[in-house]
Design a protein around this ligand. Structure first.
Ligand code: COA
Length: 167
């Protein structure tokens, strides 16, 4: 039986940290769906379509990876797809409590899928989408945080020249 994993997230935008987790998940499972999902506490800068497009651009060589968009409950999606795992990246200990809570809630809602945590590479430990957004917004170099193929697109979309930069 095919072993399908779902990698959910906001991906606003996708970073090298996400790509690392997706790539490693693709070696562990037969098929991986990267799921652009809704975190009710976040108001993304990029539309869901834009976020999915950026992920497609950087995962196109991973033949068993697909990208989808979902605005409902993760557990319902996982049940519908008959996925066996939800894969998440775990960075610092600060992630743990939140991830633990989500994993337990998802198990209560759908017990047939395991949440699998992949420990992030140390160089991505303090990376997050909001760090990337802030750096790009103020004209900083994001090339070591996002895949080279999409760095310019992300920068152009987010850069807002300040009065300081125009001096
Ligand atoms: N490397 C670098 N950064 C990473 C990372 C990694 N491996 N993994 C996560 N991050 C970053 C993300 O970019 C994000 O950064 P930000 O806060 O600056 O935007 C942050 O860590 C948190 O990521 P994550 O824990 O994946 O949260 P999320 O908001 O991206 O995703 C959902 C949460 C969308 C998966 C969750 O809200 C969900 O399942 N929603 C669907 C609705 C639902 O079922 N809700 C109930 C869940 S119990």
């Amino acid at each position: 039986m095919e072993r399908l994993a779902v990698c959910p997230g906001t991906f606003d935008p996708v970073t090298l940290g996400h790509v690392d987790i997706i790539t490693r998940a693709a070696t562990l499972f037969d098929r991986v769906i990267v799921l652009v999902s809704v975190n009710v506490d976040k108001r993304p800068c990029f539309s869901a379509e834009e976020r999915a497009e950026l992920i497609r651009a950087v995962t196109k060589d991973l033949k068993n990876v697909e990208v989808e968009i979902m605005d409902g409950l993760l557990a319902d999606y996982v049940r519908k797809k008959k996925a066996c795992a939800i894969v998440k990246g775990l960075r610092a200990t600060t992630d743990f409590e939140y991830e633990f809570q989500m994993a337990l809630a998802n198990r209560k809602l759908y017990a047939d899928a395991e949440t699998v945590f992949l420990v992030t590479k140390s160089e991505n430990m303090y990376l997050s989408s909001s760090v990337v957004r802030q750096i790009a917004q103020f004209g900083g170099d994001i090339s070591s945080f996002v895949p080279p193929a999409i760095a310019d697109r992300i920068f152009e979309r987010l850069y807002r020249p300040t009065k300081e930069a125009e001096k």
